[in-house]
Each structure stands twice: as C-alpha cells, then as structure tokens.
Design a binder for this molecule. Structure first.
Ligand SMILES: Cc1ncc(COP(=O)(O)O)c(C=O)c1O
Length: 409
C-alpha cells in the first residue's frame, strides 16, 4: 500500500463529498468522532438563526411559531431511520444516563416477580451506576452481571431486564442484537440496548431484530455537539404499557392544562420530563441532518475499509512497539472504532494530540481511534499512522509533558 494507492481510494470514495458538510481545522486528523463528533457547517448557520431570530426576535412565540415544542419528536423521527425504527418510536430528551433511568425503572415494573437486572461487568460505567441506583430504589430488584460469553447462560426465570451496550466503548466489540434479544425474550426478559457507540456508525435494524428498548448518544457519531441531548426508543407495542417513574410536565398528556393529576402522554412522548434544551436540541438536528442522503450500508462499508487500512498500517509501521489491538477484526463483531492496549497509552495519546492527531485514552491502558466515514478519508488514516509510528520510533511520548493528566482524560 502506497500513498498514491490511498489517494486513489479517496478519489473513488462515494462519501468523499460529505466531508464538506463539516468544519475541521486544516492539518488535523480527527479520530475522536466516537467521543465528540465534528462541527457540522449547517449547525453554525442554524445556531445563529436560532439565537438571533427565533430566540432574539420571536422570543417565547417560537415554541409555536418555530415548532420548538415539536422538536423532541421531530428529531427523534429523523434518528429513527438510522436505527431501523418507526418515526414515532424515538424521542430526543435528556442524557443517556437519565434515559437509562427512565427506561429501566419503567420496564422492570412490568414483571415485579422477576428480581434480576442483568448486565455485563465492564459495561460503560454510567450504565452500571444508573442500574445499581435503580435496583436500590425498586423493591426486590438486584443488579447482577455476567461476562459477555456467559450472558445467554445467565438468563433465566428471574431475569427481568437485560441491559447491554451494543458496541463496547473500549474494545469496540459488538453484540449480535437479534440473537441476544431473542435469547432474552426466550427467557421472558426484556432487553435495553445502549446504542451510544452504534448510532450513526453501524447499520442498525431495531425493528427487524426485535429490540424493545434502547437509548443512544447525540454527541458522538450523530455530531450533535458537546453534551447534545440523547434519544430513547420504545417499541410500539410496549409504549402504552410503560408508565414513567420520572414524571415531568412535558411527558403529561396535557402539559398546558396544569393539572395536579398525572396522566401520561400517549406513545413515546410520555418519556419527556422537563423543558427541552432548544439550542442543544437544534444543534443535534443539524448533526442528524449531516446524514441526509447517506446510505448507512455505504457508510459502514467505508468504515470497514478505514479500519482495515488502519490495522494493516499499524501492523506494518508500528511493529515491535507493544501496541496490542483489542478490537475484533471481523466487522460483524465490532463497531467503528479501533483500540489498542499499551502500558503508556496515555502518553502516546497526548504525544499524538500534540502532533495534530486526535484520538482518545481510556483508563487504564487503552488508546482509541474513532473511524467516522462521513468526514475521514483514507489519507487521514495514512497520516495518523505515519505520525504514530514516528512517535513510537523516536520515543517522543516519553517527554514528561505528555504524562500530565487534565480533569478529562
Ligand atoms: C456507552 C455509553 N453510554 C453512555 C454514555 C454517557 O452518556 P450521557 O453522557 O449522555 O449520560 C457514554 C459516553 O461516552 C457511553 O459511551
């Protein structure tokens, strides 16, 4: 593989034009779109319009005049095709953490005689923290974990809800959504999927795969901006059966009736709680729009090619420096990032950032590279590995300044 080959692949890339939808600094290789997506150019113009015209001039009238009030459902409906769901099965609200709480507490109430909330050790920590809090609140419920290769064996008549992250945030390993959901159903349990590292990255077919419940992140591959609201999905057949425990006025059947008694809104809207954060919500809408016209199968095909190129170049150029790939090679078994273990992953990551290649570090010893097909090209991968190889070869990462840890690592 030569630089000319790589450039030829960029020239033939059907998604090449999508890069122009984003504002990225020249010379920077951004491999952290799985943590914070890039800035869509459309968001810049839209935010200006929202602040100056909708907020500045129309003020409170915008809730009706600019349909702010309909944004959680409208943006949910735009996310739906990316996850293989119906438009009225998805709504945007709050954070993943809060949505996990909402769905766990509502779902476990359907089977009070089943005491186990099952997850896997090493799941993203917010999922486990929220689950343990929910388990303490709900009488007789307890959180249990089983390693991923023993999840199906751990399912049984006691299992109430299975909570899993579809693509693992650290290793990139991916569960077989259809198979696991089927196994849980067979044991009489519901499954709640965290799609934070899947949505906008891998093809998803929630309806086809029988998924009942899901949550997902807006600020990663969906490019919704820092702290963007998250989304939640409830399969149509469950919506009227789930009664929210976090009951806010926006999830009421008639929020502007100001009634004392709680009546849940019909359908997915009952999972709203408080007033939607309009600036963030509309930035997320611009992020979701960056997928307009993008065939997710084509995006996934490109992700696979970017991954294969990255892995091959690292094998060729960084051999002997102790990088151990912990992400499965088989595309069916992984998401859209590639992770390496190294005892000095933190320092190497910092040295790379100083060389204008942004990946990220996950404690204690993992360096992750997000492969976002909308705005990355094959030459970016070439450049990133070239700089990585140079850092390893020269040992530049040993500079003490690369060992300094900020609050966010
Ligand atoms: C798998 C997973 N779930 C949840 C979260 C956190 O979501 P939020 O900050 O919206 O609560 C993250 C953040 O990185 C994540 O990777």
């Amino acid at each position: 593989m030569t630089l000319d080959d790589v450039r030829a692949r960029d020239g033939a890339d059907p998604l090449r034009a999508c890069r122009d939808r984003f504002r990225l600094p020249d010379g920077l290789v951004y491999l952290d779109g799985n943590s914070l997506g890039a800035l869509p150019k459309a968001a810049v113009a839209r935010q200006r319009e929202v602040v100056e015209r909708e907020w500045g001039r129309s003020l409170i009238r915008s809730w009706n005049e600019h349909d702010w009030i309909g944004a959680p459902q409208r943006i949910g409906a735009r996310i739906a095709p990316l996850i293989g769901a119906k438009p009225h099965e998805v709504i945007v609200a709050d954070s993943v953490s809060v949505n996990l709480f909402k769905l766990i507490t509502a779902a476990v109430a359907l089977s009070p005689d089943r005491p186990v909330l099952l997850s896997e050790p090493g799941n993203f920590h917010t999922d486990l923290h929220v689950a343990s809090g929910a388990a303490e609140l709900v009488p007789d419920l307890r959180l249990e974990t089983a390693p991923r290769d023993r999840i199906e064996a751990a399912l049984g008549p006691d299992t109430n809800l299975l909570l899993l992250t579809h693509v693992h945030y650290k290793t990139g390993e991916r569960f077989d959504m259809a198979g696991v959901t089927r196994a849980a159903k067979g044991a009489g349990a519901l499954t709640l999927w965290d799609l934070s590292h899947s949505v906008g990255a891998v093809p998803l077919h929630l309806n086809r795969d029988g998924a009942e419940l899901a949550v997902g992140c807006g600020y990663k591959y969906l490019n919704g901006g820092p702290g963007a609201p998250a989304f939640l999905y409830v399969a149509e057949h469950l919506q009227e059966r789930l009664l929210p425990t976090l009951r806010g006025w926006m999830g009421h059947a008639a929020p502007f009736a100001f009634a004392d008694d709680y009546v849940p809104a019909p359908g997915i809207s009952r999972f709203l709680a408080g007033t939607p954060p309009m600036l963030s919500l509309l930035a997320l809408e611009s992020g979701v729009e960056s997928f307009d016209g993008v065939d997710m199968d084509a995006a996934w095909a490109k992700s696979i090619a970017l991954f294969d190129l990255f892995a091959a170049l690292v094998e060729e150029c960084c051999a002997g420096h102790g990088l151990e790939c912990i992400t499965p090679r088989d595309p069916a078994l992984r998401g859209s990032h590639i992770s390496y273990r190294h005892p000095h992953a933190f320092e190497i990551c910092q040295a790379l950032i100083a060389a204008e290649v942004i990946g990220d570090f996950r404690a204690p010893d993992v360096i992750r590279f997000g492969l976002t097909p909308l705005y990355l090209g094959y030459e970016d991968i070439w450049t990133a590995v070239e700089r990585l190889a140079d850092i390893l070869e020269t040992g530049r990462w040993r500079d003490p300044r690369f060992a300094v840890r900020g609050k966010v690592t």
